[in-house]
Design a protein around this ligand. Structure first.
Ligand code: ATP
Length: 454
């Protein structure tokens, strides 16, 4: 994989309606992107798959949808007001802005040392001292713009879960160990380059806080690291492109006792020790009782859990798998991107997305658009499938071109209705990955598809 791949992918995403640059008619806005008709389907399918695994198929996890805007005290208690910052350094000459840690690591090029002072890797100019830059977006509630009305857009969904811990516990009547899952938007005032949808100002997180007995934290931590890794395989990512990376002690967040990242080999990411580029998809952290104890202290509310069996109260520890929806979508797209030679020696671009999460499941292609019987039969098939599946109907251009369009969109199956269909009540089923074609009876299609997408 190379960086050229990213250019091709960004262009395909725009061409086919996966991802568009944000606010494009006004010249765009850095690090913002919009998801088009196919992008929103893909994201919804991935979210649904996560939700099914994390909530529906488990007895010990329930869902939540908490608000983005919260009482600002939440962010004081969580440590975000004082700690959620990047160290920044500016060049006094060319005004470039760098993250201090990345600058020192040589990410922007070689830095020279003059009289013990580092100089700008871009122009050699003098650099400012490093200073903290809080990454939370601020705004105001109501008409007054003063400190009493200051609020933040949440930089993570997790705090909404901690705030609702007691209420969810009571209504769900769960016993520890149990978890609360949430999918929602988070906002971060990122200053380093975004790399398409890898790092954006506004993104979706899929987080689950799993509350456990303090002495069982290691076991549950290991359990979730392995569960979550396996989930990415089920999502369809190639095993050789993902890995687990336990954090070194010195890179752990202030609240974490242990953390393992699940990383994907994003072509633009920094090189790992194995010489391959790796970037974070998801972090699984042992957050201990850091959050609950801080909220208990700041809110004055008792957040202890009462253990009926031992008749004792304790503050649970928390294991948190925290995944980035947009990064996951990007990994799926990169993993799926293929260029191969077709039977005529021409390059075929195809997105080999796992059919279960592919935006369009099947495309109905009437061989000709001006034969009433064929159109009628095609429309009937279209209507019978669309109540259950996301279906596309395409009658424009040659069949070959239509197949190529669906290949680029990642549509796993195409159904071509031809003259024979009027007689044999069957259509040609064409497989995206193998390009093999076979006849299938119209009456069997629903069951066949259901089975494939199970
Ligand atoms: P990074 O080191 O890349 O900034 P992080 O360690 O700060 O990420 P977390 O706070 O652990 O990230 O957030 C959990 C997940 O949310 C990340 O694994 C990532 O997938 C996603 N995420 C975080 N920041 C962004 C962003 N700016 N844009 C898109 N996704 C993000």
């Amino acid at each position: 994989m190379d960086n050229q791949l990213m250019d091709k992918l960004v262009s395909l995403c725009k061409r086919r309606g996966y991802v568009f640059p944000g606010s494009e008619i006004y010249g765009g806005l850095a690090n913002t992107w919009d998801f088009g008709p196919l992008g929103v389907e893909l994201k919804n399918n991935i979210k649904k798959f996560w939700w099914q695994t994390m909530v529906w198929q488990r007895d010990d996890v329930v869902g939540l949808d908490s608000s983005i805007i919260m009482n600002p005290k939440v962010w004081e208690a969580s440590g975000h007001v004082s700690n959620f910052s990047d160290p920044l350094i500016d060049c006094k000459n060319c005004k470039s802005r760098f993250r201090a840690d990345e600058l020192m690591a040589g990410k922007y090029g070689d830095i020279s040392m003059k009289d013990g002072k580092t100089s700008c890797p871009l122009c050699g100019g003098e650099l400012t001292e490093s200073r903290k830059f809080n990454m939370m977006f601020k705004t105001f509630v109501g008409p007054m713009e003063d400190s009493s009305s200051l609020i933040y857009l949440r930089p993570e969904t997790a705090q909404g879960i901690f705030n609702n811990f007691k209420q969810v516990l009571n209504v769900s009547r769960k016993k520890i160990p149990f978890g609360i899952a949430q999918i929602g938007k988070a906002f971060r005032n990122e200053i380093t380059p975004g790399n398409f949808i890898f790092r954006t100002l506004e993104f979706e997180q899929m987080e689950m806080e799993f509350f456990v007995k303090p002495d069982s934290d290691r076991r549950w931590y290991n359990y979730w690291v392995s569960e979550r890794f396996d989930w990415y395989l089920k999502l369809g990512l190639k095993k050789e492109n993902i890995r687990k990376r336990p954090h070194e002690k010195n890179e752990l967040a202030h609240y974490a006792k242990a953390c393992t990242d699940i990383e994907y080999s994003f072509p633009f990411a920094s090189l790992g020790e194995d010489g391959r580029p790796w970037g974070e998809l998801e972090g699984i952290a042992n957050r201990t009782d850091y959050d609950l104890s801080n909220h208990m202290e700041h809110s004055g509310k008792d957040l202890n859990y009462f253990d009926e069996i031992n008749k004792a109260s304790f503050l649970p520890y928390v294991i948190e798998p925290s995944a980035g929806m947009d990064r996951m979508t990007l990994a799926v797209l990169i993993d799926a991107y293929h260029e191969e030679k077709d039977e005529n020696g021409e390059i075929r671009i195809v997105l080999k997305i796992n059919p279960k999460i592919a935006p369009i499941k099947v495309a109905i292609l009437p061989l000709v658009k001006n034969k009433e019987n064929i159109v009628k039969l095609s429309q009937k098939l279209y209507q019978s499938l669309r109540s259950e599946f996301m279906v596309d109907y395409d009658e424009i251009g040659s069949i070959g071109r239509r197949y190529r369009r669906q290949d680029e969109a990642g549509t796993p199956y195409c159904l071509t209705v031809d003259f024979d269909s009027l007689e044999d009540k069957a259509v040609t089923l064409r497989d995206r990955d193998t390009m093999k074609q076979e006849r299938i009876n119209i009456s069997e299609i629903n069951d066949w598809l259901r089975d494939k997408l199970k």
